[in-house]
Write a protein that binds this ligand. Structure first.
Ligand code: FAD
Length: 292
């Protein structure tokens, strides 16, 4: 099932993101965790590619497993930076052969050792190069791309960043998923600006439930997201009590999601980080809204 078609249903829904195992030995535990999340029957599940500690090798295995055993539509992430055309084309073929219709087309982070490298000879410099490659390989893929309500860290300003987002959409992107954010007003402001710039595809907000104090620093560093005082107070008060912090973090994410639905968002993507208990709790907090 294509994600763009799922979004047309118009009913509030939740999707979850998982990441693949880092090593073969952790494959079974990751598979079990992702299956537990799939049993919640989310609208779809995305499987990252080489992010969150997982390796790219298992993205497709995990995505296929979820789709085939639980009939949950899957979104396979794919990055292109520092990859060759041959590698990327093989990955695209593997995704197509597995029957997965949804691909999240990403550039990926530049590896630190290549940050100062001459990029002129690279096969892929930006996500748009991958989107064009996907369109050429199969115009029937449903393609997603990433966006940054608080600006991508490499962009000089938001206007430039939104300009590059528009190029990705014009190249054939069907929907956009956002980087995590902790203040919904930043998203509403961003939505206003991108609609004004002529970007009209669906936007799926990404919400990360922060369930322990250590995650705060890591998530902010990774995403560059602004932490509202209301959230900082929660961490100050409950950060040293793991159970209380988890409960408060899930409640905060739930609150954000309810506000998004109330403001016209159909599907919210939860960065569930291979934690079935967190995914389950967020979903049960929304049970009447989701009709589950
Ligand atoms: P791009 O869209 O290529 O943008 C990167 C930067 O280049 C931006 O500053 C942009 O404004 C600029 N830019 C774009 N086009 C041009 C151009 N033509 N000329 C000049 N500048 C340009 N990482 C992973 O490794 N694996 C994952 O699975 C993964 N999943 C993600 C999912 C989501 C929803 C998000 C938000 C991020 C994810 N990431 C993942 C992180 C992502 O790879 C990084 O944020 C990366 O630095 C940028 O990727 P992009 O696809 O947004 O890049």
């Amino acid at each position: 099932m294509k994600i763009v078609n799922l979004l047309k249903k118009g009913k509030p829904s939740l999707s979850f993101e998982v990441f693949p195992p880092k090593t073969e030995t952790s494959f079974d535990s990751v598979r079990t965790a992702t299956e537990e999340i799939a049993k919640l029957k989310p609208s779809f599940m995305s499987v990252t590619y080489g992010a969150g500690g997982g390796t790219s090798k298992y993205t497709l295995d995990i995505a296929k497993n979820i789709k085939e055993l639980y009939a949950v539509p899957t979104l396979a992430h794919l990055t292109c930076v520092s990859s060759t055309k041959a590698t990327v084309r093989q990955k695209i073929k593997d995704i197509k052969d597995s029957g997965i219709q949804n691909i999240m087309a990403l550039r990926g982070d530049i590896p630190s050792e290549l940050e100062n490298a001459d990029r002129t000879g690279w096969d892929y410099k930006y996500a748009i190069d991958l989107i064009r490659e996907l369109k050429e390989a199969d115009s029937d893929f449903c393609i997603g791309c990433a966006c940054y309500p608080e600006i991508h860290p490499e962009s000089a300003n938001q206007k430039e960043d939104i300009g590059h987002l528009k190029e990705k959409v014009d190249a054939g992107c069907d929907f956009i998923t956002t980087q995590m954010f902790f203040d919904n007003n930043l998203l509403y402001n961003f939505l206003y600006k991108i609609r004004e710039a002529g970007i009209n595809v669906p936007v799926i907000p990404g919400i990360m439930p922060i369930t322990n104090a250590n995650q705060v620093e890591r998530s902010v560093k990774l995403s560059g997201s602004f932490m509202p005082q209301r959230f900082k107070s929660i961490v100050d008060k409950f950060g040293s009590d793991p159970a209380a912090m988890k409960q408060a973090g899930i409640a905060y994410a739930t609150d954000q999601i309810i506000d998004l639905y109330a403001n016209g968002i159909t599907n919210v993507h939860v960065y569930s980080m291979n934690k079935p208990d967190v995914a389950r709790k967020v979903q049960s907090n929304l049970s009447d809204i989701l009709g589950k």
